[in-house]
Ligand binder design. Structure first.
Ligand code: ZN
Length: 444
């Protein structure tokens, strides 16, 4: 961990800050540079690069609102000079890492891209999906890097869920597809940034058109202490420092204003405490739920009763118990047949999703039996309607208006947006066709 006093003190003045000054001190003058005879602002021309390049950066568990925790000059530089989702980026359900990262790069809801949770069992084969599963059968849809390579562009990935999976014409090429290595020490983040910056030293035709990178912070800290601890402030300062490292490195190469830099997070974080606990064994007077039926406990409860048990009957008995007033915190868990879940969650249309799904209220946890546990921490995975599950979206670059706020949107829109920046034909997806034209500046 680093202290933020040292970080902010060392930051040199970059063109990002100069643009911010120009923008706010003489807004008309700047806008006029990007206008064609009093018409609407249009995309700014590339200065050095001869093609559009998208740099997609994810900060894991960067909850919407973290950008106000302290002075974060680099993130705010992107916000001031770019386009931001005003009240955050809406994750897909379940609001966990793998489903969301893969939705961002495919434009598909988890039921359609197949990664329905971080870990799950395929009910047909009994095979177990884990975050280390790279077999292409798990990963449906067409991720961004595959779309790019299919259409003759180069792509590079750095530890983005799904990127190590060889699919279609994406073969995870050496040097452009960095592998996840859990043994890499924390200081690795700087190396990740520098590796990507070196791509911009390559001959123009070799610079990847789309680059994705994932930072682990501030998710682990959020789990450890919840979203309101000073440890989170330190972690987001570190993320800001890494964004600053990108900005500086791109500026040194004269391409910062040419690169479309998109910063997102996969989900938010909410505080959890042991007193907000729902225990499945407490339902025994209505129905016994053996641990062998439970594929996932919390915050997404997923249950698959063995054959011979009627799922509807299990749901009814569980809900009877939960609503009886006799189960501690029972009213904070609602159990559904997956096809009866609210449609807005898009979480039923896959055989991989367990037949019974429980939704818990914000900050509550489900366990089999009361355990000692630790008093308080943080979690995500809840209903994506909760603001605490939201993350951020900032777009900076030639096709993004400066200082613009757009209404919050679901992260399945991002795939189409990036395809539009790069001039790619998007694969079929759940995003909307018109989204990119609403958010991006028109080209001349
Ligand atoms: Zn997490």
């Amino acid at each position: 961990m680093i202290s933020y006093a040292t970080v902010t003190a060392k930051k040199p003045i970059s063109s990002c800050f100069i643009f911010a000054f120009l923008f706010f001190s003489s807004q008309n003058a700047v806008v006029s540079l990007n206008q064609v005879s009093n018409s609407q602002p249009v995309a700014r021309p590339l200065k050095k690069l001869d093609k559009h390049v998208v740099l997609l950066i994810s900060s894991d568990g960067f909850r919407f609102g973290y950008q106000f925790k302290t002075n974060l000059p680099n993130i705010h530089c992107l916000i001031t000079n770019g386009t931001e989702a005003e009240t955050g980026l809406i994750p897909v359900f379940p609001t966990v890492t793998y489903p969301n990262h893969y939705s961002i790069v495919t434009g598909l809801y988890p039921a359609y891209h197949g990664i329905i949770n971080n870990n799950f069992v395929d009910p047909k084969t009994g095979d177990v999906f884990t975050m280390a599963s790279h077999e292409p059968e798990w990963w449906l849809g067409e991720p961004l890097w595959e779309t790019a390579v299919n259409q003759g562009l180069k792509a590079a990935t750095y530890i983005w869920p799904g990127s190590e999976v060889r699919k279609g014409s994406w073969d995870c090429p050496k040097g452009f597809c960095q592998h996840y290595n859990s043994y890499v020490p924390d200081g690795d983040d700087d190396d990740r940034v520098d590796t990507i910056l070196r791509y911009f030293d390559l001959p123009s035709s070799d610079i990847p058109s789309v680059i994705t990178i994932h930072f682990n912070d501030p998710d682990p800290q959020g789990h450890q202490v919840g979203p309101d601890d000073s440890l989170i402030t330190e972690a987001v300062v570190n993320v800001d420092r890494l964004i600053g490292r990108f900005i500086d490195g791109l500026e040194k190469r004269g391409v910062f204003e040419d690169v479309s830099m998109i910063m997102v997070g996969d989900h938010g974080m909410v505080g959890t405490c042991d007193k907000k606990l729902i225990v499945l064994d407490d339902l025994a007077p209505w129905i016994k739920i053996p641990s062998g039926w439970v594929q996932n406990y919390t915050p997404l409860l997923a249950i698959k009763p063995p054959s011979g048990h009627d799922a509807k009957d299990v749901v009814d008995k569980m809900n009877q118990g939960l609503r009886s007033g006799k189960v501690e915190n029972g009213k904070y868990l609602k159990v559904y047949l997956k096809e009866d879940l609210p449609k807005r969650l898009h979480y039923s249309d896959s055989y991989r999703i367990a037949p019974i799904i429980g939704l818990v209220d914000e900050g509550y946890k489900v366990e089999q039996k009361k355990s000692k546990g630790k008093e308080c921490g943080g979690a995500h995975g809840y209903d994506n309607a909760f603001f605490s599950m939201r993350s951020i979206f900032i777009g900076h670059g030639p096709l993004f208006s400066r200082g613009r706020k757009v209404a919050s949107f679901e992260n399945v829109e991002i795939y189409n947006l990036i395809c539009s920046i790069l001039g790619l034909k998007a694969a079929p997806n759940n995003g909307s066709d018109e989204f990119a034209s609403k958010v991006l500046l028109p080209r001349k």
